[in-house]
Design a protein around this ligand. Structure first.
Ligand code: SF4
Length: 347
């Protein structure tokens, strides 16, 4: 006997589903933003945009996206480029492991798929850095396949409409939402539907400030009657919690180190102590041990390479003022003098 799905639409749901589809698609036609990746079906551009956009604001991503696809207009162009060049063009966007994976993906697509981005989500998901969301998005937004997938915005919208508020705890399991999402994609309109749900979550049904007044699906939304109380409870619970400054995070430090390496030119590289000096000049006061840990993590992620002090390819050390040398010894410890001269470069 066939296994019962986690979510099965009842007869009553058909009416609701039809109303939700119509409501969100009409809303999108009126309110959807004109974004560069919505004007194309080029699978390469769609893939780049989806990789860049995860957890990054649309407005911030646009100039980086435009520069990246201008520099690498095809998957083959990125595959041919050295990884260091890709990292330079990725610039200050952050989440640097993504560019390493994108570069690996480009080479695999050229070597194993004849330079054509696959259309099948099951194949896409085997590429480095491509998860179920990105695979579904590329299949849908580039190849117009009627597939379902969801990001946090889509998850939030569907959860609220069908199960109620997702806070403080989601009422539905991801499996149930996936089954629901699969049943909602209208035949032949997967592109518009998925764009509509994403955009609705980004602009109207936002995490902290949903605009329930004037919402086109309010009459069908299970969360609508209780949304204000649910959000107020969250605000009370998080009030007074100390926030961590982004400038104190490892992600920020890794970004600052990469920014210095990008500025050293194609064959450049810097000694660890030079990076440390550069950070301090830029107002980032960091312990040497933390800097070394950040450099090692960049190396582990394929974003940097290091050469030991005295490496014949590293060139002569730059002359150091006595004061700076004393400070450096204090920071690294006398026994770590060699560490300060480790040379770090883009891969
Ligand atoms: S009524 Fe509010 S919570 Fe429900 S879908 Fe509309 S904006 Fe979201």
């Amino acid at each position: 006997m066939a296994k019962k799905p986690a979510y099965a639409a009842s007869r009553k749901d058909y009416k609701k589903n039809a109303a939700v589809r119509t409501g969100l698609i009409s809303w999108f036609r009126e309110n959807g933003r004109d974004l560069p990746w919505r004007r194309t079906r080029d699978p390469w551009r769609i893939l780049v945009s989806e990789v860049m956009l995860q957890q990054i604001q649309v407005a911030r991503a646009i100039p980086f996206y435009e520069r990246f696809v201008r520099s690498f207009p095809t998957v083959g162009a990125l595959a041919e480029a050295p990884l260091a060049e890709a990292i330079r063009v990725w610039d200050d966007l952050g989440r640097y492991r993504r560019v390493v994976n994108l570069h690996r993906t480009a080479r695999i697509v050229v070597e194993e798929h004849g330079g054509r981005i696959p259309a099948d989500p099951e194949v896409l998901v085997t590429l480095p850095g491509v998860g179920p969301y990105t695979a579904g998005a590329v299949a849908c937004f580039a190849f117009e396949r009627d597939v379902s997938f969801f990001d946090t915005n889509m998850h939030r919208v569907l959860h609220r409409v069908y199960f109620g508020p997702e806070v403080p705890e989601p009422a539905a399991k991801p499996k149930e939402l996936l089954a629901l999402a699969a049943g909602l994609v209208p035949a032949g309109e997967g592109w518009t539907w998925n764009q509509a749900v994403m955009e609705f979550g980004a602009l109207q049904c936002t995490a902290r400030n949903p605009r329930c007044d004037g919402c086109p699906v309010a009459g069908h939304c299970r969360a609508h009657p209780v949304m204000p109380e649910a959000l107020a409870a969250i605000t009370r619970a998080t009030k007074g919690e100390p926030g961590r400054r982004y400038e104190d995070s490892n992600r920020y430090l890794r970004g600052r180190v990469l920014a210095q390496l990008r500025d050293t030119g194609p064959d450049g590289g810097l000694e660890l102590r030079e990076i440390w000096d550069g950070l301090r000049r830029g107002g980032v006061d960091v312990e040497a041990s933390r800097l070394w840990a950040a450099v090692r993590s960049l190396e582990d992620d394929g974003l940097a390479r290091t050469a030991p002090a005295g490496d014949p390819g590293a060139g002569p050390p730059a002359p150091r003022p006595a004061e700076a040398a004393a400070e450096e010894r204090a920071a690294y410890g006398a026994e770590d003098g060699d560490l300060a001269r480790v040379r770090v470069a883009l891969p």
